[in-house]
Design a protein around this ligand. Sequence first.
Ligand SMILES: [Zn+2]
Length: 181
Amino acid sequence: MAPQSDAQLAYERLLLQLPTTEAQRLTRAGTPLKASQAFSYITSGYTENLSAIKKDGLFAQHADDAVVLRDLPLHSTCEHHLLPFFGYCHIAYLPAGQVLALSRINRLLKMYSRRLQLQERLSAEIADGLLEMCGAHAVAVVTEARHLCMELRADGSCGATAKCTALRGETSSARALLSLL
Ligand SMILES: [Zn+2]
């Protein structure tokens, strides 16, 4: 008999908590493999890095006007409960001589979202990453998300949205950017 994978063993421990007939039915579903493939995908952001995202994505731009991206879809995974949180991310920055391709900003969001996260840290990492890549005068990031770890556990917070902000660079400029989000 082939040795059992860690995913199979973990799943079997989980099934021990269920009624026997239910556990027998679920054993045949191929779930350990599917779950471990899904987990690999939602943590695939660990294989990305800022320099790969930045590569060939910066362009000179001498008018230092604000760049604003609103309503970027956000899907990430709570590091405490391994359950999704999802919503939107809004990003604004004031360039300092160069801009980053808009698609790279979305890739930055995806890289940090596809890791085990706290919404607070996700917001901060996006702001820090953008600042590091393009050296902006100021950056503002706002995330708004619903957390299934709160909602599924029925503590009365269904539909509640958590909002986090991260401001970087010149304080007054960052605050002005925040007002655009
Ligand atoms: Zn959680």
